[in-house]
Ligand binder design. Structure first.
Ligand SMILES: [Zn+2]
Length: 375
């Protein structure tokens, strides 16, 4: 669905013929002495030193229009990890698509060791209809690992698993909050199941690491032992410059950490993320119109008023009080709420000091350069 889509046409990423480059020994020396193998995605062989667009066929629309999942494969000249970066598993979560567009334009990819497989639009159907879901109203991220003969969502999930995930050693899945909500940039990992992921998550350097159990049916649970980072930032159907820049920088940092890209010349002054082991949603005590007092990323102390809900006349007003201390990592953007609706997502902590420092450092890193650039 991309105008730049060149179909199944491999291009040389470097200046030399792939055959010459492939015979060199790699950084890890894993394939020293013999040619690096091509990677095969969707039946297309991508040779070392080549970049290639591959269309993975999906069930066509009932209009007889064919549909494919667009994939960009960069197979480095040198051996190394095989990393997938996926976006828009929920079709309306578009920040990740822009992160991948900027990632693919990064010059240092010409010196890639290993393989990058970028899938900017996994849920093609939802993306076209600007919806989180598939046409059958299923949530793709509750349909993994999927199956060849299952529902539409199961078939799409199966295509991603068999053609991409099964061939990778690492993954990064890019998300935003659901429609009408916004998330502070955060990485979610399940440290009980994957204690080894802490190092990779810290390399990404978001302000917040949320240690949360995986739900059944998600890509994260289907990935099993494969190290997978889930990035959550911004809101659906919007570009959020801070979330995009932090996402791009995070992906590049992970790639450098894995030695897929050469190290930065200067020192990368990344801050240490704050690790949250728990989070809770504060819900609307009554239906009405919400006025929020605390912005995303704000520090919350137990008992503080997060917002007020009143009727349209300003009467029957009730405060939304936090019963925990922590950081506001998710917030509703739509002020029209029903009783019981989730309004504020708070990552909890007994001491908010280190959390506040992590959020402040993150803001300093991203917001100041943003302001400078706009002047
Ligand atoms: Zn999502």
């Amino acid at each position: 669905m991309n105008e730049d889509d060149k179909g199944h046409t491999p291009e040389a990423a470097g200046n030399e013929p792939a055959e010459n480059q492939a015979s060199r020994s790699g950084r890890s020396g894993r394939t020293a002495g013999r040619a690096r193998e091509p990677i095969v995605i969707g039946g297309v062989s991508v040779h070392p030193g080549q970049r290639c667009y591959v269309d993975l066929p999906l069930p066509p629309l009932y209009t007889h229009t064919s549909v494919a999942m667009p994939v960009h494969v960069i197979h480095g000249k040198q051996p190394g990890p095989v990393l997938f970066v996926t976006a828009a598993i929920h079709g309306d979560e578009i920040n990740g698509i822009e992160i991948i567009r900027r990632l693919l334009a990064t010059k240092s990819l010409s010196r890639l060791a290993g393989t990058l497989i970028a899938v900017p639009v996994v849920n093609v159907y939802g993306f076209v209809s600007q919806s989180r879901y598939l046409p059958d109203r299923r949530d793709l991220n509750r349909s993994f690992p999927g199956s060849e003969q299952g529902s539409m969502a199961a078939r799409l999930a199966d295509t991603l698993m068999s053609e991409i995930v099964a061939k990778c050693t690492h993954g990064i899945d890019l998300h935003t909050a659901a429609e009408g909500r916004a998330n502070l940039p955060q990485i979610r990992v399940d440290l009980d199941a994957h204690p080894d992921l802490l190092e990779l998550a810290e390399a990404f350097a978001p302000p917040i690491l949320l240690d949360s159990h995986t739900r059944d049916g998600t890509l994260r649970s289907a990935a099993g032992s494969l190290p997978l980072l889930l990035y959550e930032a911004g809101e659906a159907l919007r570009f959020d410059e801070l979330a995009i820049r932090a996402g791009l920088k995070g992906v590049l940092r992970v790639m450098r950490h894995l030695n897929m890209l050469p190290a930065n010349k200067g020192v990368d002054k990344k801050s240490k993320p704050w690790l949250a082991n728990n989070s809770v949603w504060m819900r609307a005590p009554q239906s009405g119109i919400l006025r929020s007092r605390i912005p995303l990323g704000g520090i919350v102390e137990e008992g503080v008023v997060l917002g007020y809900i009143s009727d349209p006349f300003g009467e029957a007003e009730q405060a939304v009080v936090s019963d925990v201390s922590g950081v506001l990592i998710g917030i509703t953007k739509l002020p029209l709420v029903h009783e019981g609706e989730a309004l504020y997502h708070v990552a909890t902590t007994a001491s908010t000091k280190s959390a506040a420092r992590a959020v402040d450092e993150f803001r300093l890193e991203y917001e100041q350069p943003l302001i400078k650039r706009l002047k």
